[in-house]
Design a protein around this ligand. Structure first.
Ligand SMILES: Cc1cc2nc3c(=O)[nH]c(=O)nc-3n(C[C@H](O)[C@H](O)[C@H](O)COP(=O)(O)O)c2cc1C
Length: 421
C-alpha cells in the first residue's frame, strides 16, 4: 500500500492543473463546507449532541493529552496497515461508524457510503436506522466487509429478523449499541422540533422487514394507536404527511387513504428502543446469532467486565460522539485502562472524536485494535456524495501511512504505548 505519497502527489499534480481536492482536508473546513450544503435541521442533527455539547468538545480536545513520539532513521518504504479483527483480515484499522439517516446528508446515503467503502476496502457498519436496506447496500459491495449495528427493539421477533437478514447479507459481526436505549437530550434538535424518524427517514430496514410489516398490520386495527394525534392538522403537518406517504413502500394514494404510512411510523416509535435492556439480554442474543457480537458505547472497566461475562466478542469504547450524555468524559480517556485489562481477551475498538490519521495512531497506541470514523465521513458525503466519502477515507489512510513512516513505524502491530510521550 502506498496511499501516503501517491495521494499527496496526486493532489499536488492536480493543483498544478488548477484542480482542488473534492473535499477540504481540515476537519473545520470540512464541517463548514458541509454546513453550507445542509438545512439547519440536517446540520443540527448531524453536528449536535447532548445538552450543551460539552462531551463533544471533550472528545476532540481529549486527543491533545497524548502527544506522539517520532523515532528517526527507522522508516520503511513499505507500510503495512492490515489488521485482524474477530478473525477477519481488514486492509486498515479504520471502519465506517454506523450512522443513521444518511439521506439527510446526501440522496445516495448508505449506497454512496457502501460504494466508497468498497473502493477503499473500508469495512462499513450498517446502521439500524439506515436510509437504504442492508440488502441494497450489500448488493453494491461484492465481498467488501460489512457489519450490522442493532438498536435492540421492544420486539424480539424483529431483532431476530434483523439478525437473520444481517447473516444473509454476509455481515462479519453484530454491533449492539448499548448507550442509546433512549434518545439523549439534544437541545439543537429540540429547538427545531426536528426528529427525522417521525418524517419516515432512516426507516429502510423496518419498512423492508416482514416482521415489522406484520406489526404494522396489527396496529392498523389498534384503535388506541389510530386515535393518537387526531387533532387539527397544520399546513406543515400536511406537507410532512405527504412526504411520509411518498416515502413509504406502495402507492401514495393507498398509504394516505388507509393511514398505513402514519401507522408504520407510530409502530416504529412504539418499539424501536428498549430502555430496560440488561446484560442478561446479551446472553439471549448469543443464542440468536452465530455472528461475533460487539457492544458499542462502553466507557468503564465494570461495563467491559459485564460485557465479557455476557459472552460478547468485542467492545467499542465510545460515547456516541457526545450525543447521549452531556458533561461526560472524553471517550479517548477511557481507552487505556480498558485495553490494559482486556487486550488479547476481546477485540477493542474505539470511536468518538477521530478527526485525522494522527488521531487513529493515538487510539491504537492507547490499545484500540481499530477505530470507527463518524461525523467526518458524513460531512464528506454531504459535500461530494460517494466521491467525498471515498476521498475522505483515502486522505485518512494517506495521513496514517505518512505519519507512521515519519514516526519510524512500519506496521499497525508496532503501534503501542511507546509511541506516546
Ligand atoms: C448523525 C449521526 C447518526 C448516528 N447514528 C448512529 C446509529 O444509527 N447507530 C449507532 O450505533 N451510532 C450512531 N451514531 C454514533 C456513531 O456511530 C459514532 O459513535 C459517533 O459518530 C462517533 O463520534 P464522532 O462522529 O464525533 O467521531 C451516529 C452519529 C451521528 C453523528
Amino acid at each position: 500500500m502506498n496511499y501516503g505519497t501517491q495521494t499527496q502527489r496526486q493532489i499536488f499534480t492536480n493543483g498544478m492543473m488548477g484542480k482542488k481536492p473534492p473535499i477540504p482536508l481540515h476537519y473545520t473546513h470540512l464541517k463548514s463546507q458541509a454546513q453550507a450544503k445542509l438545512t439547519a435541521e440536517q446540520f443540527a442533527y448531524i453536528d449536535g449532541g447532548a445538552g450543551q455539547g460539552r462531551t463533544i468538545r471533550a472528545n476532540e480536545k481529549g486527543f491533545e493529552k497524548y502527544p506522539l513520539k517520532a523515532s528517526m532513521m527507522k522508516a520503511s518504504s513499505n507500510i503495512n496497515l492490515e489488521v485482524s479483527i474477530l478473525g477477519h483480515k481488514y486492509a486498515s484499522p479504520i471502519l465506517a461508524a454506523p450512522i443513521g439517516v444518511l439521506e439527510m446528508a446526501h440522496p445516495s446515503a448508505d449506497i454512496g457510503v457502501a460504494k466508497a467503502c468498497k473502493t477503499m476496502k473500508t469495512p462499513m457498519i450498517f446502521s439500524s436506522q439506515a436510509s437504504f436496506s442492508m440488502e441494497k447496500c450489500a448488493a453494491v459491495m461484492d465481498d467488501s466487509p460489512r457489519w450490522f449495528q442493532l438498536y435492540w427493539s421492544k420486539s424480539d421477533e424483529l431483532v431476530q429478523s434483523f439478525l437473520s437478514r444481517a447473516e444473509s447479507c454476509k455481515c462479519d459481526a453484530i454491533v449492539v449499541t448499548l448507550d442509546t436505549t433512549r434518545l439523549g437530550w439534544r437541545p439543537r434538535d429540540l429547538e427545531l422540533g426536528y426528529l427525522p424518524f417521525l418524517r419516515g427517514l432512516g426507516l429502510a430496514h423496518y419498512y423492508s422487514d416482514p416482521v415489522f410489516q406484520y406489526l404494522v398490520n396489527q396496529n392498523m386495527n389498534n384503535d388506541n394507536l389510530q386515535d393518537e394525534g387526531k387533532n387539527t392538522i397544520s399546513f406543515s403537518g400536511l406537507c410532512n404527511l405527504i412526504r411520509l406517504c411518498n416515502k413509504y413502500p406502495g402507492s401514495f394514494r393507498s398509504n394516505l387513504i388507509t393511514g398505513r404510512a402514519l401507522t408504520a411510523v407510530r409502530t416504529f416509535t412504539n418499539i424501536y428502543m428498549r430502555p430496560e435492556l440488561k446484560w442478561g439480554d446479551l446472553i439471549r442474543l448469543r443464542k440468536m446469532t452465530n455472528l461475533p457480537i460487539v457492544v458499542k458505547g462502553v466507557q468503564t472497566l465494570e461495563d467491559v467486565h459485564m460485557a465479557e461475562q455476557s459472552g460478547v466478542d468485542g467492545v467499542i469504547v465510545s460515547n456516541h460522539g457526545g450525543r447521549q450524555i452531556d458533561g461526560g468524559v472524553a471517550a479517548i480517556h477511557c481507552l487505556r485502562s480498558i485495553a490494559q485489562e482486556y487486550s488479547g481477551h476481546m477485540s477493542i475498538l474505539f470511536d468518538s472524536g477521530i478527526r485525522s490519521g494522527a488521531d487513529v495512531i493515538k487510539a491504537l497506541a492507547l490499545g484500540a485494535d481499530a477505530v470507527l470514523v463518524g461525523r467526518p465521513y458524513v460531512y464528506a458525503l454531504a459535500i461530494a456524495g460517494e466521491t467525498g466519502v471515498e476521498t475522505l477515507f483515502r486522505h485518512y489512510l494517506a495521513e496514517l501511512e505518512l505519519q507512521m513512516s515519519l514516526m519510524g513505524i512500519s506496521s499497525i502491530k508496532e503501534i503501542n504505548s511507546d509511541v506516546l510521550y
